[in-house]
Design a protein around this ligand. Structure first.
Ligand SMILES: NC(=O)c1ccc[n+]([C@@H]2O[C@H](COP(=O)([O-])OP(=O)(O)OC[C@H]3O[C@@H](n4cnc5c(N)ncnc54)[C@H](O)[C@@H]3O)[C@@H](O)[C@H]2O)c1
Length: 242
């Protein structure tokens, strides 16, 4: 399978390129970064594009993949639900193309979201803290947004009790009714904490990624699987049986 990586010189893209090169069944045929133009892919027979770029250019890359009928795996973050909806509409015009948006490729983070969804119906309140290195461009993280939306589906319309008056800036950004607090510090990598509260008890679920290698099994599986799953998908578990 022939693969092109966009954002190949970035922190994630460079590790992804090495992982593809080290695999037996994938061939890395293009490594593009900011000084290249995506149209350079037009003469190559690319099976799957992998995107680890920035939130401001990724939409253009997804449109290119759809126009050229090339499957695409997107690790870049910064998608709002409106942006995801517009991609879904665009993807419906090319149903034979696989478009996979993955907020988090690490197994632990996927399990965290599943466990949180299971716990949510039993608690009155929930808040999320996401902690990342200071070079991250978007806030809150795509993973935290996705987790909040997942939890909200199993909260049966519950609203966190909160007596705060006046300006609510210090209470985080609400996504699907759940406050997300974003911390950016050198020394951190990628961490997420989900705190559930009931009268007299607290349940804290936490996941820590400490190295980009944590994402590689998920990235390689996504590349291998996406040609078998045409259509628009969000989350690795939407195409893999996790
Ligand atoms: N889904 C996940 O599991 C996961 C994990 C880690 C990071 N991320 C996300 O992946 C993205 C990249 O993260 P990073 O830490 O590697 O960032 P980075 O800044 O190190 O890398 C981004 C790269 O994209 C390049 N780029 C910018 N515009 C481009 C263009 N038009 N064409 C091609 N390349 C272009 C930049 O030059 C840079 O090399 C971010 O959005 C980040 O939040 C996702």
């Amino acid at each position: 399978m022939k693969v092109a990586v966009l954002g190949a010189q970035g922190r994630m893209g460079s590790v992804v390129c090495k992982a593809i090169e080290a695999s037996d069944d994938l061939e890395l045929i293009a490594q593009l970064d900011v000084h290249n133009n995506i149209s350079e892919l037009s003469d190559l027979q690319v099976d799957v594009i992998v995107d680890f770029t920035t939130p401001d250019v990724v939409m253009e890359h997804i449109s290119y993949a759809l126009q050229t009928s090339t499957h695409i795996v997107v690790g870049t973050s910064g998608f709002t639900s409106e942006k995801l909806h517009s991609i879904e509409i665009e993807a419906q015009r090319k149903p034979e193309v696989g478009v996979l948006i993955v907020p988090n490729f690490s197994l632990g983070a996927i399990l965290l979201a599943k466990l949180a969804k299971k716990a949510a119906p039993y608690f009155e309140s929930v808040e999320i803290i996401e902690l990342h290195h200071e070079r991250k461009l978007d806030a809150p993280s795509q993973t935290a947004r996705f987790t909040a939306e997942e939890i909200a589906t199993s909260r049966e319309g519950k609203v966190n009790p909160d007596a705060t008056r006046g300006s609510k800036e210090a209470r985080g950004l609400e996504v699907a009714g759940i406050p997300i607090h974003s911390i950016r510090l050198p020394g951190l990598f990628a961490h997420e904490e989900i705190i559930f509260g009931n009268a007299g008890e607290i349940l804290t679920l936490r996941h820590d990624s400490t190295d980009r290698l944590a994402y590689m099994p998920g990235v390689l599986s996504a590349i291998r699987e996406i040609p078998h799953h045409p259509g628009f998908h969000v989350g690795l578990d939407s195409i893999l049986d996790l």
